[in-house]
Write a protein that binds this ligand. Structure first.
Ligand SMILES: [Fe+2]
Ligand SMILES: [Fe+2]
Length: 268
C-alpha cells in the first residue's frame, strides 16, 4: 500500500518551526509517491501566540541603516513566508479535488507541494538570519491581515490563483530588488544574499500560478486574461500598485496585458 500524507499536518501545526518541518516532510513524501489524503482545511491555519498581530498601518516604518531595522524587515519577511507555507498547503487541501484540475491532479499536488517546500526553506533561511542579528521570529509585531486574501478566495480556485500567486507573490517580485539594494548599501550582504535566493524562487511560484490559472481558464473556456482581471476586481481591491517589476513578471509569464488596466497610474 502506498504511504499517505496530509497537508493538514502543515495547516494544523501551530509552532512555526515544526510547521516548516511538516511542509518539507509532506513534499518529501509526495516526491516518494505518497498519496495525498485530506479533509476540508480550517478557515484559518494554526499559528503561534507570538508574534502579536496588528493592523498593517500600525507597523513602524523600517530604517534599514540600523541592525534593529534590518531585523524588523527580516521578521516581516519571515511572517510572509510562514503565511506562504500555509497558502501552498491550503491550495492542495482545498483545491486539488476541483474538477478543473482533475485531469492533472498529480501535477497540481506536486507543483504546490514543491512551492510549500520552498516557502518552508525560505522561512528557515530568513529566521536563521534573524537569529544571527539577535532576534527570533515572534519578537516583533506582525501584519495581522495576511490571511484575509486567503479567506476571501477560499471558494474559487481561479480567485485563489489570481490573488495569491499572481497579485501578492508578484508584488514580492516588484519590491524585493529595492530591498536587496538597500541591504547592500547598509553593508548587510548576508541578508541580501538570503533575499536573492528567495527572489529567484518566487519567480517560479508566480510561473506556477500562471500555469494553473491557464489550465483553469481552458477548462472553463474563458480567456485567461479576462478571468484574471475579473477575479482581481471581485476578490481583491482591483488595483495593482507600482513599482512594477515588468521583467520578472514577464519571466514568470505574467504579461503586462494581464495587469496594465488594473495598475494604479501615478497622479500627475
Ligand atoms: Fe517564499
Ligand atoms: Fe512564494
Amino acid at each position: 500500500m502506498r504511504p499517505k500524507t496530509d497537508p493538514l499536518s502543515v495547516l494544523c501545526e501551530g509552532d512555526p518551526w515544526r510547521k516548516a518541518r511538516a511542509a518539507r516532510a509532506m513534499h518529501a513524501a509526495i516526491c516518494d509517491g505518497a498519496t495525498v489524503v485530506t479533509a476540508a482545511p480550517p478557515d484559518r491555519p494554526s499559528r503561534p501566540d507570538r508574534p502579536r498581530l496588528v493592523p498593517a498601518r500600525s507597523l513602524a516604518k523600517r530604517k534599514l541603516g540600523s541592525e534593529e531595522g534590518r531585523a524588523a524587515l527580516l521578521h516581516a519577511i519571515a511572517h510572509i513566508e510562514l503565511n506562504a507555507i500555509d497558502l501552498a498547503a491550503d491550495m492542495i487541501a482545498r483545491f486539488s479535488r476541483c474538477e478543473e484540475v482533475a485531469d492533472r491532479r498529480g501535477d497540481f499536488i506536486r507543483d504546490w507541494s514543491s512551492v510549500c517546500d520552498d516557502e518552508a526553506r525560505h522561512f528557515v533561511m530568513v529566521s536563521d538570519r534573524l537569529e544571527q542579528l539577535g532576534h527570533s521570529y515572534g519578537d516583533f509585531p506582525a501584519h495581522g491581515g495576511l490571511w484575509d486574501a486567503a479567506l476571501k478566495t477560499r471558494g474559487d480556485i481561479a480567485a485563489r490563483l489570481s490573488v495569491a500567486p499572481l497579485v501578492l507573490e508578484a508584488r514580492g517580485l516588484d519590491v524585493t530588488p529595492g530591498m536587496i539594494d538597500k541591504l547592500v548599501q547598509a553593508g548587510d550582504t548576508e541578508s541580501a544574499d538570503v533575499l536573492r535566493v528567495i527572489y529567484r524562487e518566487e519567480i517560479g511560484h508566480v510561473a506556477t500560478g500562471m500555469t494553473w490559472l491557464r489550465h483553469v481558464a481552458a477548462f472553463r473556456q474563458l480567456d485567461c486574461r479576462d478571468l484574471f482581471r475579473g477575479m482581481v476586481v471581485e476578490h481583491y481591491d482591483g488595483v495593482i500598485r507600482p513599482p512594477l517589476n515588468h521583467d520578472a513578471r514577464h519571466e514568470a509569464g505574467l504579461e503586462l496585458t494581464y495587469y496594465n488596466e488594473l495598475t494604479l497610474q501615478p497622479r500627475i
